[in-house]
Design a protein around this ligand. Structure first.
Ligand SMILES: Cc1cc2nc3c(=O)[nH]c(=O)nc-3n(C[C@H](O)[C@H](O)[C@H](O)COP(=O)(O)OP(=O)(O)OC[C@H]3O[C@@H](n4cnc5c(N)ncnc54)[C@H](O)[C@@H]3O)c2cc1C
Length: 400
């Protein structure tokens, strides 16, 4: 049967930031790769900035730089410092990249720009085919390969198919992989705002009783906000006109950046933690949001996905070097074993922070404040936390 089919070395379903990172990492391996993306590139802007922005941690900036992607970014904005504080007990903590001998803790990018940079790199690569808009109509796993039928009638045969098709992954469902799911009962409101004073490359995170509010430094002194709030509160905030919303935002954030003068279009996303019961199956690997989603409070979702993509790319490239079957469980299990501890640690921490910071119990609030003081006053613990959260201490392959 496979003789009649078009043979490709890898099919990636989903051309979001993570799927395209995997393709970019493998583009010089002499493979025939096919990325199937259902949507045309589009963005929803707020004061001229994409509503969807990502804080890319230093370790992953280095990865994207080494792959030749970063130089194609239209713009990015460094995060030199972070200020985190607790609304209820008043405890706080500051992080400065200089404390770990770095110029920045990470960079803020607009998702549309990172996607465009990845696409640009891929369009110049022989062997990579970006099918967009396109969808997979059917997939059938066999012992020695996967038969993939695209909606336009093309039929493919590949040793491995990768699910990079986001939180509600169609491919994950086709494989019958169940998901652990925790509805966080919050929505994240995102928008761009214009504060009176320049943010001076500081990322602010304020933990309110109703959820965390982040102000993230973007180009031209503008800030992206990610305001996660209980569903009822989020609905209220979304229903307000700009003037009323600005008043609430000012009240919630305080005077650190002076008056908040303007707010662009707001969009709200429901928040849910998810973890697929299996990251791999024979001839299938899950990466990015198809494998796991977390609370955006630490801005780590796509960062985890980039690490998934890099580790999987390394395993595939190594298997090819040794003439092994890269769709076989032995190879895919290596990917799973390397990624699971990092994914579980980050998910556990995000769940813990979510509960810790939304608790209104006075004893928990005091514990939080004491914890922040302890970390803030202990140089080594703080440095370790910074190196871990920026991905600088993780063994992620920079290139494949
Ligand atoms: C408010 C908010 C703020 C965030 N901020 C940050 C941050 O600062 N830092 C960070 O690291 N993370 C952040 N995240 C998380 C981050 O956005 C996600 O982790 C990231 O987008 C996941 O990328 P992905 O490529 O895995 O999935 P997606 O971005 O969901 O991409 C999946 C792609 O697959 C395509 N697709 C879907 N189904 C199909 C199909 N059947 N066939 C073909 N194609 C398909 C989609 O069109 C899409 O292009 C944030 C999330 C939210 C909600």
């Amino acid at each position: 049967m496979s003789g009649m089919l078009e043979r490709v070395d890898l099919v990636i379903v989903g051309g979001g930031m993570v799927g395209l990172t995997l393709a970019a990492a493998l583009r010089n391996q002499g493979m025939r790769l096919l990325v199937v993306e259902r949507a045309e590139p589009s963005a929803h802007c707020s004061l001229g900035i994409d509503c969807r922005v990502s804080a890319i941690v230093r370790g992953n900036v280095d990865v994207l730089r080494a792959m030749g992607v970063w130089s194609h970014l239209a713009r990015s904005s460094p995060i030199a410092r972070m200020q985190v504080w607790d609304d209820q007990e008043g405890g706080g903590i500051r992080f400065d990249a200089l404390e770990i001998g770095e110029e920045s803790l990470g960079q803020m990018v607009e998702n549309r720009h990172l996607l465009a940079a990845l696409r640009r790199v891929l369009l110049r690569s022989d062997g990579v085919e970006l099918c967009s808009p396109a969808t997979v109509a059917g997939v059938a796993w066999r012992r020695d390969g996967v038969r993939v039928e695209l909606a336009d009638g093309r039929a493919l045969w590949t040793p491995l198919i990768v699910a990079a098709d986001g939180a509600r992954s169609w491919l994950r469902q086709q494989a019958g992989i169940a998901v652990w799911r925790h509805d966080l009962r919050q929505r994240a409101i995102v928008a761009t705002i214009k504060p009176q004073h320049h943010h001076r490359q500081v990322a602010y995170q304020r933990f309110l009783a109703t959820g965390p509010l982040a102000l993230l430094p973007m180009a031209d002194g503008l800030c992206s906000i990610v305001w996660s709030a209980d569903n009822a509160r989020a609905e209220q905030l979304m229903a307000m006109d700009e003037e009323a919303f600005l008043r609430e935002l000012q009240l919630a954030f305080g005077p650190s950046l002076g008056r908040i003068e303007q707010c662009g279009t707001r969009t709200a996303f429901p928040l849910c933690s998810r973890l697929a019961h299996h990251l791999v199956r024979p001839r299938l690997a899950l990466i990015g949001d198809a494998a796991h989603t977390i609370h955006p409070l630490a801005g780590l979702g796509v960062n985890l996905g980039i690490r998934d993509a890099m580790v999987l790319a390394r395993e595939i490239a190594d298997a090819r070097r040794f003439d092994e079957d890269w769709g076989a469980m032995e190879v895919l299990a290596e990917y799973r074993n390397q990624r699971l501890p990092d994914v579980l640690a980050v998910m556990g921490a995000m769940e813990g922070f979510h509960h810790l910071f939304t608790s209104r119990l006075p004893a928990i609030a005091r514990l939080r404040a004491a914890g922040m003081r302890l970390v803030g006053n202990s140089g080594p613990i703080k440095s370790l936390l910074m190196r871990n959260s920026t991905g600088l201490s993780l063994p992620i392959p920079r290139e494949v």
